[in-house]
Design a protein around this ligand. Sequence first.
Ligand SMILES: Cc1ncc(COP(=O)(O)O)c(C=O)c1O
Length: 321
Amino acid sequence: MNVYQNVLAMVGNTPMLKVSNMDTGPCELYLKLELANPGGSIKDRIAVEMIAAAEAEGKLKPGDTIIEATAGNTGLGLALVASSKGYPLKIVMPDKMSQEKVNNLRAMGAEVVMTRSDVQKGHPEYYQDMAARLAEENGYFYVNQFENAANVEAHYNSTGPEIWQQMDGNLDAFVCGVGSGGTLTGIGRYLREQNSEVDLVLADPAGSILEPLINRNEEVEAGSWLAEGIGEDFVPKICEIKLANKAYAIDDKEGFNTAREVLKQEGIMVGSSSGYLIAAALRYCREQTEAKRVVTLACDTGNRYLSKLFNDEWMRSQDLL
Ligand SMILES: Cc1ncc(COP(=O)(O)O)c(C=O)c1O
């Protein structure tokens, strides 16, 4: 049995689970269980890689304060790295994110600055603009997952190869969401290099600007959606959005109810964004006329959404049941 010397060494090498009780049409659907990372989400991978890259490039030195703009999971990954390496950490987070994430971050020693969810890029209270400004004013190291090449590299070097190996080099489609675009770009590039025919499918919350862009080359105004961590009002710098050759717009009702169904049918408690990914993957699977092997992600644990996704009262208040 493997014994780890350090919690950071436990990041990655997550299990792959075949969906066995849900209707996948003629296809096989597999979930890469990123919720099994020690910080509970796929973002542990990029936290390790982005901090290592900043240290190697001399951008981050002992005693420096780290700051990041995040829907919460990147913050939790960074909290893991920052506490094990001794850096103070500040997190700027939009106020629609779950209270569990805020409590979890504070418990891990991070300072959480809440800001508005109802403003877009360019507004001084937009979470990314605020993190950049605080970094500038105070000399913090701004990680900036939306423009950090190490985000893409983490997935190109680890998540992509793990998926390819776990599927024994036999994979027809990969379904993911875009927050920063790190997973789509890093995993997508790696998989296309192995099989140029692989379908890269975007699961996008209805209201995000990405699905209209991919399916119809249409530029739209962003609306709002309830998923935390996926969906965009702009295309992040590191995101090679054209890698996706197909996209599904998933509304909040379908996304949230799919996440609940995954727990009932497959016994895995995923977070809300994974519900959108799995809903899109199921739609893709059911539309196929021949057997295909499809992978999507269980991005984070549903434990951090007990007050929302797994709370009937909250679900009812949002008209989601
Ligand atoms: C919680 C969460 N955050 C972010 C993302 C998107 O990842 P990225 O920032 O790499 O685009 C996902 C899923 O893909 C997610 O479930």
